[in-house]
Design a protein around this ligand. Structure first.
Ligand code: NAD
Length: 327
Protein backbone atom coordinates (compact mmCIF):
# COMPACT_ATOMS: atom_id res chain seq x y z
CA UNK A 1 0.00 0.00 0.00
CA UNK A 2 1.38 3.38 -1.00
CA UNK A 3 1.48 5.97 1.77
CA UNK A 4 -0.33 9.11 0.58
CA UNK A 5 -0.52 12.65 1.95
CA UNK A 6 -2.61 15.60 0.82
CA UNK A 7 -1.72 19.30 0.83
CA UNK A 8 -4.96 21.24 0.44
CA UNK A 9 -8.22 19.43 1.20
CA UNK A 10 -10.80 21.46 -0.75
CA UNK A 11 -12.97 20.70 -3.77
CA UNK A 12 -10.66 18.77 -6.09
CA UNK A 13 -8.97 16.89 -3.23
CA UNK A 14 -12.35 15.29 -2.42
CA UNK A 15 -12.53 13.85 -5.93
CA UNK A 16 -8.99 12.41 -5.74
CA UNK A 17 -9.67 10.96 -2.27
CA UNK A 18 -12.81 9.19 -3.57
CA UNK A 19 -10.89 7.78 -6.54
CA UNK A 20 -7.98 6.63 -4.35
CA UNK A 21 -10.49 4.85 -2.10
CA UNK A 22 -12.07 3.15 -5.10
CA UNK A 23 -8.65 2.02 -6.37
CA UNK A 24 -7.80 0.61 -2.91
CA UNK A 25 -4.02 0.52 -3.37
CA UNK A 26 -3.08 3.32 -0.99
CA UNK A 27 -3.24 4.32 2.64
CA UNK A 28 -4.14 7.87 3.72
CA UNK A 29 -1.34 8.87 6.06
CA UNK A 30 -1.76 12.64 6.43
CA UNK A 31 -3.94 15.58 5.41
CA UNK A 32 -2.77 19.18 5.58
CA UNK A 33 -4.93 22.28 5.17
CA UNK A 34 -4.52 25.77 6.64
CA UNK A 35 -8.21 25.43 7.49
CA UNK A 36 -7.63 22.99 10.37
CA UNK A 37 -11.24 21.79 10.40
CA UNK A 38 -10.89 20.56 6.80
CA UNK A 39 -7.75 18.57 7.62
CA UNK A 40 -9.43 17.10 10.73
CA UNK A 41 -12.59 16.25 8.80
CA UNK A 42 -10.54 14.42 6.13
CA UNK A 43 -8.71 12.49 8.88
CA UNK A 44 -11.96 11.53 10.59
CA UNK A 45 -13.29 10.17 7.29
CA UNK A 46 -10.13 8.54 5.91
CA UNK A 47 -7.61 8.08 8.75
CA UNK A 48 -4.08 9.48 9.10
CA UNK A 49 -2.87 12.62 10.89
CA UNK A 50 -4.03 16.21 10.46
CA UNK A 51 -1.63 19.12 9.83
CA UNK A 52 -1.91 22.83 9.11
CA UNK A 53 1.73 23.19 7.96
CA UNK A 54 2.82 21.08 4.99
CA UNK A 55 6.52 21.34 5.86
CA UNK A 56 5.77 19.82 9.27
CA UNK A 57 3.74 17.08 7.57
CA UNK A 58 6.57 16.30 5.13
CA UNK A 59 9.10 16.29 8.01
CA UNK A 60 7.10 13.98 10.28
CA UNK A 61 5.47 11.55 7.85
CA UNK A 62 7.11 9.00 5.58
CA UNK A 63 5.14 9.45 2.36
CA UNK A 64 5.42 7.68 -0.98
CA UNK A 65 3.41 10.37 -2.74
CA UNK A 66 1.75 13.69 -2.08
CA UNK A 67 -1.29 15.21 -3.79
CA UNK A 68 -0.87 18.99 -4.04
CA UNK A 69 -4.40 20.39 -4.24
CA UNK A 70 -3.90 23.96 -3.04
CA UNK A 71 -4.83 27.07 -5.03
CA UNK A 72 -2.16 28.01 -7.61
CA UNK A 73 -0.72 30.77 -5.42
CA UNK A 74 0.32 27.96 -3.02
CA UNK A 75 2.02 25.69 -5.54
CA UNK A 76 5.74 26.47 -5.80
CA UNK A 77 6.60 25.92 -2.13
CA UNK A 78 4.87 22.53 -1.72
CA UNK A 79 6.55 21.36 -4.94
CA UNK A 80 9.96 22.50 -3.68
CA UNK A 81 9.43 20.87 -0.25
CA UNK A 82 8.11 17.54 -1.58
CA UNK A 83 10.94 17.37 -4.16
CA UNK A 84 13.54 18.01 -1.44
CA UNK A 85 12.07 15.08 0.54
CA UNK A 86 12.09 12.78 -2.51
CA UNK A 87 8.31 12.30 -2.37
CA UNK A 88 6.45 11.59 -5.65
CA UNK A 89 4.21 14.49 -6.67
CA UNK A 90 0.74 14.62 -8.13
CA UNK A 91 0.09 18.34 -8.57
CA UNK A 92 -3.11 19.98 -9.57
CA UNK A 93 -2.96 22.42 -12.44
CA UNK A 94 -1.69 25.03 -13.02
CA UNK A 95 1.75 23.60 -12.17
CA UNK A 96 3.30 27.03 -11.59
CA UNK A 97 2.13 30.61 -11.33
CA UNK A 98 4.86 32.20 -13.45
CA UNK A 99 7.91 31.28 -15.52
CA UNK A 100 10.35 31.67 -12.63
CA UNK A 101 8.34 29.20 -10.50
CA UNK A 102 8.02 26.86 -13.48
CA UNK A 103 11.76 26.81 -14.08
CA UNK A 104 12.52 26.29 -10.37
CA UNK A 105 9.96 23.47 -10.16
CA UNK A 106 11.27 21.71 -13.28
CA UNK A 107 14.84 21.85 -11.92
CA UNK A 108 13.85 20.67 -8.41
CA UNK A 109 11.88 17.69 -9.75
CA UNK A 110 14.63 16.78 -12.20
CA UNK A 111 17.25 16.92 -9.44
CA UNK A 112 15.12 14.80 -7.10
CA UNK A 113 14.36 12.22 -9.82
CA UNK A 114 10.85 11.72 -8.41
CA UNK A 115 7.74 10.48 -10.21
CA UNK A 116 5.66 13.53 -11.14
CA UNK A 117 2.30 14.14 -12.72
CA UNK A 118 -0.01 17.12 -13.24
CA UNK A 119 -3.80 16.92 -13.25
CA UNK A 120 -4.48 17.32 -16.96
CA UNK A 121 -7.01 14.49 -16.79
CA UNK A 122 -8.46 15.05 -20.27
CA UNK A 123 -5.29 13.47 -21.73
CA UNK A 124 -6.61 10.20 -20.30
CA UNK A 125 -10.08 10.39 -21.88
CA UNK A 126 -10.77 7.54 -24.29
CA UNK A 127 -12.37 10.02 -26.72
CA UNK A 128 -9.08 11.93 -26.84
CA UNK A 129 -7.18 8.70 -27.51
CA UNK A 130 -9.73 7.97 -30.27
CA UNK A 131 -9.22 11.45 -31.77
CA UNK A 132 -5.44 10.91 -31.80
CA UNK A 133 -5.96 7.61 -33.60
CA UNK A 134 -8.34 9.19 -36.15
CA UNK A 135 -5.88 12.04 -36.80
CA UNK A 136 -3.06 9.67 -37.75
CA UNK A 137 -1.95 10.12 -41.36
CA UNK A 138 -4.44 12.96 -41.99
CA UNK A 139 -3.59 16.51 -43.02
CA UNK A 140 -5.06 18.49 -40.12
CA UNK A 141 -5.57 22.18 -40.92
CA UNK A 142 -7.16 23.51 -37.76
CA UNK A 143 -8.30 22.77 -34.22
CA UNK A 144 -10.96 24.91 -32.65
CA UNK A 145 -12.39 24.60 -29.17
CA UNK A 146 -14.92 26.17 -26.89
CA UNK A 147 -15.47 25.88 -23.11
CA UNK A 148 -18.40 27.68 -21.50
CA UNK A 149 -19.66 27.63 -17.92
CA UNK A 150 -21.32 29.98 -15.48
CA UNK A 151 -19.23 30.76 -12.36
CA UNK A 152 -19.09 34.45 -13.27
CA UNK A 153 -22.87 34.45 -13.63
CA UNK A 154 -23.48 32.82 -10.25
CA UNK A 155 -20.29 33.75 -8.31
CA UNK A 156 -20.60 30.30 -6.71
CA UNK A 157 -16.95 29.16 -6.51
CA UNK A 158 -14.30 30.25 -3.95
CA UNK A 159 -13.56 33.97 -4.35
CA UNK A 160 -9.85 33.46 -5.15
CA UNK A 161 -10.80 32.09 -8.59
CA UNK A 162 -12.00 35.60 -9.62
CA UNK A 163 -8.77 37.32 -8.59
CA UNK A 164 -6.45 37.08 -11.59
CA UNK A 165 -3.38 37.66 -9.38
CA UNK A 166 -4.34 34.48 -7.44
CA UNK A 167 -5.85 32.13 -10.03
CA UNK A 168 -4.78 33.46 -13.43
CA UNK A 169 -8.50 33.69 -14.28
CA UNK A 170 -10.33 31.41 -16.73
CA UNK A 171 -7.25 31.20 -18.95
CA UNK A 172 -4.76 29.84 -16.41
CA UNK A 173 -7.33 28.02 -14.32
CA UNK A 174 -9.53 26.27 -16.88
CA UNK A 175 -8.72 27.07 -20.51
CA UNK A 176 -5.37 25.53 -19.56
CA UNK A 177 -7.03 22.08 -19.80
CA UNK A 178 -8.13 22.67 -23.39
CA UNK A 179 -4.87 24.37 -24.37
CA UNK A 180 -3.12 21.29 -22.99
CA UNK A 181 -5.24 19.19 -25.37
CA UNK A 182 -4.31 21.52 -28.24
CA UNK A 183 -0.63 20.79 -27.46
CA UNK A 184 -1.32 17.07 -26.98
CA UNK A 185 -3.08 16.84 -30.36
CA UNK A 186 -1.30 19.47 -32.49
CA UNK A 187 2.15 19.96 -30.95
CA UNK A 188 3.91 23.05 -29.64
CA UNK A 189 2.35 26.51 -29.90
CA UNK A 190 4.55 29.12 -31.59
CA UNK A 191 2.27 32.18 -31.51
CA UNK A 192 -0.79 33.28 -29.57
CA UNK A 193 -3.06 36.31 -29.84
CA UNK A 194 -5.75 36.71 -27.19
CA UNK A 195 -8.52 39.10 -26.18
CA UNK A 196 -10.62 39.24 -23.03
CA UNK A 197 -13.70 41.08 -21.81
CA UNK A 198 -16.10 41.57 -18.90
CA UNK A 199 -19.67 42.01 -20.14
CA UNK A 200 -21.40 40.39 -17.12
CA UNK A 201 -19.10 41.13 -14.15
CA UNK A 202 -17.21 44.42 -14.51
CA UNK A 203 -13.69 44.34 -13.09
CA UNK A 204 -13.58 45.47 -9.46
CA UNK A 205 -11.61 44.74 -6.27
CA UNK A 206 -13.07 41.23 -5.81
CA UNK A 207 -13.26 40.41 -9.55
CA UNK A 208 -10.01 41.32 -11.28
CA UNK A 209 -10.01 38.74 -14.06
CA UNK A 210 -11.39 38.74 -17.60
CA UNK A 211 -14.47 36.49 -17.66
CA UNK A 212 -14.47 35.66 -21.39
CA UNK A 213 -11.43 35.06 -23.59
CA UNK A 214 -10.93 34.36 -27.28
CA UNK A 215 -7.56 33.36 -28.71
CA UNK A 216 -5.89 32.34 -31.95
CA UNK A 217 -2.99 29.90 -31.99
CA UNK A 218 -0.29 28.88 -34.42
CA UNK A 219 1.56 25.57 -33.98
CA UNK A 220 5.04 24.37 -35.00
CA UNK A 221 3.28 21.68 -37.04
CA UNK A 222 1.67 24.32 -39.29
CA UNK A 223 -1.79 23.64 -37.78
CA UNK A 224 -3.71 26.75 -36.70
CA UNK A 225 -6.22 26.85 -33.86
CA UNK A 226 -8.60 28.90 -31.80
CA UNK A 227 -10.15 28.69 -28.37
CA UNK A 228 -13.13 30.52 -26.83
CA UNK A 229 -13.54 30.36 -23.06
CA UNK A 230 -16.18 31.90 -20.85
CA UNK A 231 -17.04 31.80 -17.17
CA UNK A 232 -20.03 34.02 -18.01
CA UNK A 233 -22.27 31.63 -19.95
CA UNK A 234 -24.57 29.38 -17.95
CA UNK A 235 -25.17 27.09 -20.92
CA UNK A 236 -22.23 24.78 -20.34
CA UNK A 237 -20.27 23.09 -23.10
CA UNK A 238 -16.69 21.97 -23.72
CA UNK A 239 -15.74 20.78 -27.18
CA UNK A 240 -12.63 20.39 -29.32
CA UNK A 241 -13.07 20.11 -33.09
CA UNK A 242 -10.50 18.71 -35.52
CA UNK A 243 -10.65 19.95 -39.12
CA UNK A 244 -9.07 18.11 -42.06
CA UNK A 245 -9.66 17.94 -45.85
CA UNK A 246 -12.28 15.18 -45.78
CA UNK A 247 -12.94 14.91 -42.05
CA UNK A 248 -14.34 17.04 -39.27
CA UNK A 249 -14.95 15.56 -35.87
CA UNK A 250 -15.61 16.87 -32.38
CA UNK A 251 -14.64 15.62 -28.94
CA UNK A 252 -17.30 16.61 -26.41
CA UNK A 253 -15.44 16.72 -23.09
CA UNK A 254 -18.57 16.92 -20.92
CA UNK A 255 -20.59 14.29 -22.78
CA UNK A 256 -17.45 12.13 -23.26
CA UNK A 257 -18.35 11.51 -26.86
CA UNK A 258 -16.77 11.90 -30.27
CA UNK A 259 -18.84 12.63 -33.36
CA UNK A 260 -18.60 14.00 -36.88
CA UNK A 261 -17.61 12.98 -40.38
CA UNK A 262 -14.59 10.85 -41.18
CA UNK A 263 -13.92 10.73 -44.92
CA UNK A 264 -17.59 10.50 -45.79
CA UNK A 265 -18.59 8.17 -42.95
CA UNK A 266 -20.43 9.34 -39.85
CA UNK A 267 -18.88 8.66 -36.44
CA UNK A 268 -20.74 8.96 -33.16
CA UNK A 269 -19.28 7.20 -30.12
CA UNK A 270 -19.99 7.71 -26.45
CA UNK A 271 -17.49 6.55 -23.85
CA UNK A 272 -18.05 5.90 -20.15
CA UNK A 273 -14.52 6.16 -18.72
CA UNK A 274 -13.73 8.39 -15.73
CA UNK A 275 -10.56 10.28 -16.66
CA UNK A 276 -10.00 11.47 -13.07
CA UNK A 277 -9.89 7.85 -11.93
CA UNK A 278 -7.62 6.83 -14.83
CA UNK A 279 -5.08 9.60 -14.16
CA UNK A 280 -4.81 8.65 -10.47
CA UNK A 281 -4.69 4.93 -11.29
CA UNK A 282 -1.76 5.53 -13.65
CA UNK A 283 -0.02 7.82 -11.18
CA UNK A 284 -0.14 5.08 -8.52
CA UNK A 285 1.19 2.55 -11.04
CA UNK A 286 4.04 4.91 -11.97
CA UNK A 287 4.96 5.30 -8.28
CA UNK A 288 4.70 1.54 -7.64
CA UNK A 289 6.83 0.66 -10.66
CA UNK A 290 9.04 3.77 -10.48
CA UNK A 291 8.17 4.32 -14.14
CA UNK A 292 7.60 7.91 -15.26
CA UNK A 293 7.22 6.82 -18.91
CA UNK A 294 3.60 5.66 -18.52
CA UNK A 295 2.41 9.13 -17.46
CA UNK A 296 0.95 11.56 -20.00
CA UNK A 297 1.55 14.84 -18.21
CA UNK A 298 4.89 15.32 -16.52
CA UNK A 299 5.54 18.48 -14.51
CA UNK A 300 7.88 19.79 -17.22
CA UNK A 301 5.39 19.16 -20.00
CA UNK A 302 2.63 20.77 -17.95
CA UNK A 303 4.74 23.89 -17.40
CA UNK A 304 4.99 24.14 -21.20
CA UNK A 305 1.18 24.21 -21.34
CA UNK A 306 1.19 26.80 -18.57
CA UNK A 307 3.55 28.92 -20.68
CA UNK A 308 0.83 29.10 -23.37
CA UNK A 309 -1.54 30.61 -20.78
CA UNK A 310 1.12 33.10 -19.62
CA UNK A 311 1.68 34.18 -23.23
CA UNK A 312 -2.11 34.47 -23.61
CA UNK A 313 -2.38 36.75 -20.58
CA UNK A 314 0.50 38.88 -21.88
CA UNK A 315 -1.28 39.11 -25.23
CA UNK A 316 -4.55 40.20 -23.59
CA UNK A 317 -2.71 42.92 -21.68
CA UNK A 318 -0.53 44.17 -24.55
CA UNK A 319 -2.72 43.49 -27.59
CA UNK A 320 0.36 41.88 -29.17
CA UNK A 321 1.01 38.42 -30.61
CA UNK A 322 3.15 36.50 -28.10
CA UNK A 323 5.41 33.44 -28.26
CA UNK A 324 5.22 31.03 -25.29
CA UNK A 325 8.46 30.25 -23.46
CA UNK A 326 9.62 26.60 -23.55
CA UNK A 327 10.91 24.69 -20.56
N1 NAD B 1 -8.33 19.14 -12.63
C1 NAD B 1 -9.51 19.66 -12.38
O1 NAD B 1 -10.53 19.35 -13.01
C2 NAD B 1 -9.65 20.65 -11.26
C3 NAD B 1 -10.91 20.94 -10.75
C4 NAD B 1 -10.98 21.86 -9.69
C5 NAD B 1 -9.85 22.46 -9.19
N2 NAD B 1 -8.64 22.16 -9.74
C6 NAD B 1 -7.41 22.83 -9.27
O2 NAD B 1 -7.14 22.37 -7.95
C7 NAD B 1 -6.60 23.43 -7.17
C8 NAD B 1 -7.48 23.60 -5.93
O3 NAD B 1 -8.79 23.93 -6.35
P1 NAD B 1 -10.06 23.64 -5.40
O4 NAD B 1 -11.25 23.87 -6.25
O5 NAD B 1 -9.90 22.35 -4.70
O6 NAD B 1 -9.91 24.87 -4.39
P2 NAD B 1 -10.45 24.97 -2.89
O7 NAD B 1 -10.35 26.42 -2.53
O8 NAD B 1 -11.76 24.28 -2.78
O9 NAD B 1 -9.39 24.10 -2.06
C9 NAD B 1 -8.08 24.52 -1.84
C10 NAD B 1 -7.70 24.13 -0.41
O10 NAD B 1 -6.32 24.45 -0.18
C11 NAD B 1 -6.21 24.95 1.14
N3 NAD B 1 -4.98 25.71 1.30
C12 NAD B 1 -4.72 26.99 0.92
N4 NAD B 1 -3.47 27.34 1.27
C13 NAD B 1 -2.91 26.25 1.87
C14 NAD B 1 -1.63 25.99 2.46
N5 NAD B 1 -0.67 26.92 2.50
N6 NAD B 1 -1.41 24.77 2.99
C15 NAD B 1 -2.40 23.81 2.97
N7 NAD B 1 -3.62 24.02 2.45
C16 NAD B 1 -3.88 25.22 1.90
C17 NAD B 1 -7.48 25.78 1.32
O11 NAD B 1 -7.77 26.02 2.69
C18 NAD B 1 -8.53 24.90 0.64
O12 NAD B 1 -9.12 23.98 1.54
C19 NAD B 1 -6.59 24.67 -8.07
O13 NAD B 1 -5.31 24.87 -8.60
C20 NAD B 1 -7.58 24.34 -9.17
O14 NAD B 1 -7.26 24.96 -10.39
C21 NAD B 1 -8.52 21.26 -10.74
Amino acid sequence: MLKIGFIGVGGIAGRHIANLKQLGRSEFVAFCDIAEEKAKQAVSENGGNAYTDFNEMLDKEKLDAVFICTPPFVRAEPIASASAKGVAIFSEKPPAFNSEQGKTGVNAIKKAGIINSVGFMYRWLMTVAKAKELMKGKKISAIRSVFLCGPAVHLNIPGWFFIREKSGGPLMDQAIHVLDLHRYLAGEVTKIHAFGNNMIQPKRADFTTEETIVMDLQFDSGIIGSHTHSWACDVAMAQVEIISDYSRFTIDLFANSIFGTLEGAQINEKMTDNCYLTEVDNFLTAVEKKDQSILRSSYQDAVNTCAVTWAGLESIDSGEVKTPLRF
